[in-house]
Design a protein around this ligand. Sequence first.
Ligand SMILES: O=C(O)CCC(=O)C(=O)O
Length: 245
Amino acid sequence: MEGHAYDDILHGNGYHLLRGVISPDEADTVRSLALSKLDEGIDQNGQIAIRKTLHWGSIIHNMVTNPRLLSLAHRLLGEDATLGAVTARILPPNCPLGGLHIDYPYWAMNPGLPVDPALMMQVIWMMEPFTEQNGGTWVAPGSQLWTGAPERERFEANAIQATGNAGDAVVSHGLLWHRTAINHSDKPRVAILINYTQLAVRPLTNLGPFDDDFVDGASEPLKTLLALDLERALAKRVKTHAQQT
Ligand SMILES: O=C(O)CCC(=O)C(=O)O
């Protein structure tokens, strides 16, 4: 279904804009929800990150298990891909420029980072239109293929701002060089960031704890994403590898 996106992420721009993954109305509901939870956020150099979003309920569960995103995550990372983090990222008006980076786990690894197979897929999901004015994310097209640590000069010579409509999502390779932008508007800019990884990657954040009610109510795709039964997931891997040899 998203074949072109898959190729673009791995071998082309290193990211792909998926249009209308949720409706503008749905995005607006999530935006309001995020802004009502600012007290749960942490200040990250003038930007706000709310990390404990899974307890917001079905609205977020449906987002992380969205079929268009999952089909890409499964193709890039395996059917047993997991969630590393689900964060609401808020850029207050006039926030400072964010730091240039690649995503976890790549920044935590030694050099020699694999592009294909990817270890991580990030989603930058727009809860309102992203523009050059309100802080559309700076990305350097093709930079997932540039080896080595991100350097500012090369980034600045190539970077463009990702823009789109409320509900659109930028899906990117974890090796894409990017940074958050300054929000020059007078309203906070809200994104939901999702980090999907291969099963073998230790999650970036502690997403739990998950009580019995949460587990009983979780859909199968959500349970897989949370690796709630890690032993079973790993045993499945062993079986698949055995069949391939
Ligand atoms: O909020 C944004 O503009 C993107 C942030 C991002 O991708 C990140 O911090 O990894």
